[in-house]
Design a binder for this molecule. Sequence first.
Ligand code: FES
Length: 209
Amino acid sequence: MRFLPHSVPRPDMSDKKNIDNTRRNLIVATAAASGAAGVGVAIPFAWSWWPSERAKAAGAPVEADISGLAPGELQVVEWRGKPVWVMRRTKEMLEAVRKSDDRVSDPKSEVPLQPEYAKNEYRSIKPEILVLVGICSHLGCSPQSKPIDAKAEMGADWLGGFLCPCHGSKFDLAGRVYKGAPAPVNLDVPPYTYLSDSTILIGEDKKGA
Ligand code: FES
């Protein structure tokens, strides 16, 4: 699993002058743990800033271009100053979600941390595309991706998911928290909708959330 640099902010045409003055791209290097050996690897990715700081603070939605997102890959998009993960899950990953039901504390997502259209088995509109806010529900650290083959680090029965480095909460590949973890609830699913098969609008859905 690797991280991809595809964040395409949504232009706010009502604020175009300001946007033109402030548009810039920043390359952010971040440390993320990944790989079968569980070794911490610094993986660079780009966050593109387009809506002005003022628009972002107001929660402007952002577009994610997922046309280059390969099966198993994870892309990070910034929305409201938060990392939003967009992952294209494989059939094996979806099967792992189903197998995780008895390991997680809220398998049916009864706690309302997702829009109604994502209150389903995979916590998503399309089963293969996962959209999650990448912030731990315990004290706000950013969990790290731990793929299915990270068994050497996570244990032989690991089914893939995320590990919070701060206090060890584990989440499955739908962002559901494991039983007994410090994190009390699942990860948030933000409002989102599909503008096309390859473009997701994050921060706004058909109800204008
Ligand atoms: S902040 Fe994630 S487990 Fe505490």
